[in-house]
Design a protein around this ligand. Structure first.
Ligand code: ZN
Length: 136
């Protein structure tokens, strides 16, 4: 089994943002030469997450609004006494730092409305995305 890994850097420009990284992930899979296997997309960050969903601009705003409802940034969280980003840690904990996708015929399998997106919860920052491809 081949294991191929690349780190992709993503610059975010707002406190909350969804950044479509589908093409970057697919390019790593192409460079890996893996035809049958899996790709894992992982962020080594406590205040960012990865999702797979539809890249429709209004929906992206809705997802961000839902995240803010789930973990309101202006609530007096205890962590905010030392670092003003408890909401980001909480949302990142719930959404999760990684998603994985099957690879068949050298292509990433995903639904028509499943783009791979980095969820920025405490930007703007430069985020690392670790893309690991495993298979044959
Ligand atoms: Zn913090």
């Amino acid at each position: 089994m081949r294991v191929y890994r690349e780190e992709v850097r993503v610059s975010t420009s707002r406190r909350f943002e969804l950044v479509d990284i589908t093409r970057k992930v697919e390019e790593v899979v192409e460079r890996s030469k893996v035809k049958e296997g899996f790709v894992q997309v992982f962020v080594p960050h406590a205040t960012a997450a990865i999702i797979a969903n539809e890249h429709e601009p209004r929906l992206l705003q809705d997802i961000i609004e839902a995240i803010k409802t789930l973990a309101p940034p202006d609530k007096p969280w205890k962590h905010n006494e030392i670092d003003n980003n408890a909401h980001a840690h909480i949302a990142a904990s719930i959404i999760g730092p990684s998603r994985s996708f099957p690879i068949a015929g050298g292509q990433v399998i995903r639904g028509t409305w499943q783009n791979i997106m980095l969820v920025e919860l405490d930007g703007p920052r430069v985020r690392r995305v670790i893309v690991t491809v495993a298979g044959e």
